[in-house]
Design a protein around this ligand. Structure first.
Ligand code: FES
Length: 111
């Protein structure tokens, strides 16, 4: 199992475990982390799965593709370590990953 810590906008930590090959978005939805919406269900057609990867983990992720970067450009609260949760595939190397929910998100579930 691959352990991931989600840190909410109010600083609350939620530690969950996922399987190799599962996306970070799937993991969030499975564990009712509602601050990550995932409106297009991983089709790279929204930015509602935007997360901010902890600095210590960002370089361990594969580089974002052009389509992901294009959608990230539309995300609210973009940072230098922003990624789309639907594009982060859990691998054993990511055991311990820490991601933050952006302070400003495009999420219909929260409005
Ligand atoms: Fe839409 Fe990730 S869920 S881009």
């Amino acid at each position: 199992m691959i352990k991931v810590t989600f840190i909410s906008r109010d600083g609350k930590k939620t530690i969950v475990e996922g399987n190799h090959g599962e996306t970070l978005l799937d993991l969030a939805q499975k564990n009712n982390i509602s601050e990550i919406e995932g409106a297009c269900e991983g089709c790279l057609a929204c930015s509602t799965c935007h997360v901010v990867v902890d600095n210590s983990w960002y370089d361990k992720l594969p580089v974002a593709c052009d389509d992901e970067n294009d959608m990230l450009d539309l995300a609210s609260g973009l940072t230098g370590t922003s990624r789309l949760g639907c594009q982060i595939i859990l691998t054993p190397e990511l055991d311990g990953l820490v991601v933050w929910i952006p302070a400003d998100v495009n999420n219909l579930l929260l409005t």
